[in-house]
Design a protein around this ligand. Structure first.
Ligand SMILES: *Cc1c(COP(=O)(O)O)cnc(C)c1O
Length: 462
């Protein structure tokens, strides 16, 4: 029995796929935070190099991957696809379960797929320094490494609670030469105003984004980079799904079900979009975005225009959101604690191409243990959401006696997150159910913002 499907470097995709060329409904544009009018390239120019802004609004189906980016990708790409035969056996399921392993990158997750591209385009544009935010540290460490590759200074605002609880990712960033500051900090106006209101603030991704954007716009040779949510990030991550398509072909299988964990939406979209194209063209596939029940952006958040950050500096994005002032519960999947969701993923949900599901924290850790004990690899807490969903679907297939083919994205390993596993072993973790009242309260702040053409009312969900 074949276990691993390995592409040669020669067979690695040389173009990214842009699903904006094939969306059933065209995307609504980002809006300027001051005027409420559609953002033009010049509005984004202070924070991103023009080549990335062009990708952000591009409807070209295929975008060439630059040679230098391809060369860096080959440090760990093509990433293996493996058949989880040990897990299948443990579950006694007739389903065939495949995982795309994005945990083999030096930073341990899928995030360098876009960090390399963003560092490369910034180097081309002459950027000297890049600022960014990070939650648990996965994105900050990925960008630090890639800035080192391209000789760019990197400054990371790390959510304070993680900065204090998770020293190892900070040390990875410092090893790769980046400067890391706990956010909210006194280094920016945004940070100082948040600290004035709450000196004990544990920080949030929304706050750290405000600080990083401010640090970029106030310095001419400094740009900002975002690790998820934006269209150009989804484009770069499509390499995951393009490789997986070839590998599924090698395996002689085609997925009935596709699963990814969804925080900002990038690893999920990366795996899903090439298959979503097949679905748009008539193929039957169940494409599931697995999110935390404690931060249920897609399953309980409405589709509205909202800010990407807490201090309302970013453009307004059309997306499912829990409100920019919402501070998610301190679950251990730090990379999934974001109030919004990628506009591309949000639109695919509205169009019925993607189906969101919420997973509870305890179930995700149980799934992580089942996986580690049958397949060896220890998943990141974020990745456990995809693993839990895959297990759920495999058990459903068993109940129905169906030979389903499941393909899930294994977004990263959990070797730097073992403290989260320890908390689980010590019985310190629980499920957080988000009360509707809290969602309603955070969404009040959006009342006076412009509304997208299309909307959904999810307030009566669940
Ligand atoms: C950051 C991260 C996620 C969530 O981010 P997306 O943009 O939704 O992919 C999931 N898994 C891992 C391992 C991560 O580091």
């Amino acid at each position: 029995m074949v276990k691993k499907y390995i592409l040669s470097e020669q067979d690695m995709p040389r173009r990214w796929y842009n699903i904006m060329a094939d969306m059933p409904t065209p995307m609504e544009p980002p809006l300027h935070p001051g005027t409420g009018k559609a953002c033009g390239p010049e509005d984004l120019a202070p924070i991103f190099p023009m080549s990335l802004i062009e990708q952000e609004v591009s409807t070209e189906r295929w975008i060439d991957i630059p040679e230098e980016v391809l060369e860096k990708y080959t440090i760990w790409r093509p990433a293996p696809l493996f058949r989880a035969t040990g897990l299948e056996k443990a579950l006694d399921t007739p389903a065939r379960i495949y995982f795309k392993n994005e945990g083999v990158s030096p930073a341990g997750s899928h995030k360098p797929n876009t960090a390399i591209a963003q560092a490369y385009y910034n180097r081309l544009a002459g950027t000297k320094k890049i600022t960014t935010e990070t939650g648990a540290g996965q994105w900050g460490s990925a960008l630090s490494m890639c800035c080192a590759f391209f000789g760019i200074e990197c400054k990371v605002f790390m959510v304070k609670i993680s900065y204090n609880q998770k020293p190892y990712r900070r040390l990875m960033m410092e090893t790769w030469g980046a400067k890391c500051t706990a956010s909210p900090s006194t280094e920016t106006k945004a940070g100082r105003s948040i600290l004035e209101q709450d000196p004990e603030s544990p920080g949030s991704l929304g706050m750290a984004i405000s600080e990083a954007v401010e640090a970029a716009v106030t310095n001419p040779d400094t740009k900002y980079a975002l690790g998820s949510v934006l269209n150009h990030v989804m484009i770069h991550q499509s390499i995951i799904g393009l490789e997986a398509q070839k590998q599924m072909e090698m395996a002689g299988d085609y997925p009935d079900i596709i699963i990814g964990s969804a925080g900002g939406g990038s690893n999920f979209a990366g795996l899903a979009v090439p298959f979503a194209r097949d679905k748009i063209n008539g193929r039957e596939i169940d494409i599931i975005a697995a999110e935390p029940a404690s931060c249920p952006t897609l399953t309980r958040g409405p589709f509205l225009y909202d800010f990407g950050d807490t201090v309302q500096m970013t453009p307004l994005l059309p997306m499912h959101t829990l409100g920019h002032s919402y501070v998610p519960a301190p679950i251990h999947a730090g990379g999934l604690r974001y109030h919004g969701m990628a506009p591309i993923v949000s639109q695919l949900v509205l169009d019925g191409i993607v189906r969101p599901e919420a997973v509870k924290q305890m179930e995700t850790f149980e799934a992580g243990l089942t996986f580690a004990r049958s397949e060896g690899f220890i998943p990141a807490p974020e990745c456990n959401h995809a693993v839990a969903m895959a297990i759920k679907e495999a058990l459903k297939a068993k109940e129905e006696g169906k030979e389903k083919v499941i393909l899930a994205n294994w977004s990263g390993h959990g070797l730097v997150d073992l403290a989260a596993y320890e908390s689980y072993f010590q019985g310190k973790l629980s499920n957080y159910e988000l009360p509707q009242k809290e969602i309603d309260l955070a969404l009040k702040d959006l009342d006076n913002l412009p509304k997208p053409r299309q909307t959904n009312d999810r307030t009566d969900n669940q």
